[in-house]
Design a protein. Structure first.
Length: 277
């Protein structure tokens, strides 16, 4: 029997043991051998594991295949179905080629989770926190990942979902999609996240009647991962950390909701913190 297909765009994490953030903040890689699998690769990895364990053939997408090699091996080790495809949201050709590969090898996806993020601006020094200091190329990256890229992904996946009369397009977002904040370096580069939220709202209006479930999921907090759990805040306030396995459960719940009662926006916040509104 052919398995349904779930594509996770951004299946790895910048805070995984060898991730960009981890290396930048901690000066190198961090061992993750003793951590649960659902924590090792952040939200994307946890979602991939969840859907694979629920019987889906999961497609991991990442800019470079080696980034996802450990995650793919972990899923394979459980006897589950998985493949990795390179996809760069800053490249039109990369997006179209990735989905051509998925359709050719597995068929049209039933679920697509857009979980990509960006770091640009966060590593600038505090004296460069104002918008006037932000390089234009940083903004272009933010725009591509939060606006143009999701638009192109939607064009790739929604026609087949509409014709089939079912499917889920689930978008991982953050609190910057709800309101602007002051004041962290690079914060002004996060306003394109609002466009991701608006895209989800517009697609809900356009595609719900065809059986396509679109939802914007606001993850409002620090996500547990090898690189984040050793941060000073995580060490001093562990109750502020969100379990990525619980986030993955929420995504699977959205996909399996009864059609009479769909959720189109979900905000996930640790019990001990004040939500962003």
């Amino acid at each position: 029997m052919t398995k349904p297909v779930a594509v996770v765009i951004g299946a790895t994490s910048k805070w995984q043991s060898d991730g960009r953030n981890t290396r930048m903040v901690h000066g190198g890689n961090i061992p993750d051998d003793e951590l649960p699998l659902s924590i090792r690769w952040g939200v994307g990895g946890a979602i991939a594991l969840k859907f694979a364990r629920e019987g889906f053939h999961v497609v991991l997408t990442t800019r470079s295949k080696p980034n996802a090699s450990a995650l793919e091996a972990a899923i394979d080790a459980e006897g589950l179905a998985c493949m990795t495809v390179e996809l760069d949201l800053e490249s039109d050709d990369s997006i179209s080629t990735a989905f051509e590969t998925v359709r050719r090898e597995l068929g049209d996806p039933e679920v697509v989770v857009l979980n990509a993020g960006y770091l640009e601006g966060r590593d600038l020094p505090p004296e460069m926190e104002l918008l006037e200091h932000m390089p234009v190329e940083f903004f272009e990256t933010a725009q591509n990942i939060s606006s143009r890229g999701p638009f192109l992904v939607a064009k790739e996946i929604l026609p087949a979902m509409r014709k089939r009369g079912q499917g889920s397009f689930l978008i991982t977002n953050n609190a910057a999609s709800l309101r602007g904040k002051k004041r962290r370096t690079g914060e002004s580069l996060y306003y394109p996240r609002v466009m991701m939220r608006t895209l989800a709202q517009v697609l809900t209006e356009e595609y719900s009647e065809f059986g396509v479930h679109v939802a914007n999921v606001v993850v409002d907090g620090l996500i547990d991962s090898p690189g984040t759990r050793v941060l000073p805040m995580a060490q001093s306030k562990p109750e502020m950390i969100i379990n990525p396995a619980a986030i993955a459960d929420a995504f699977y719940y959205l996909h399996t909701q009864d059609r009479s009662c769909w959720t189109h926006e979900l905000q996930l916040t640790p019990f001990s913190s004040r939500p962003s509104f």
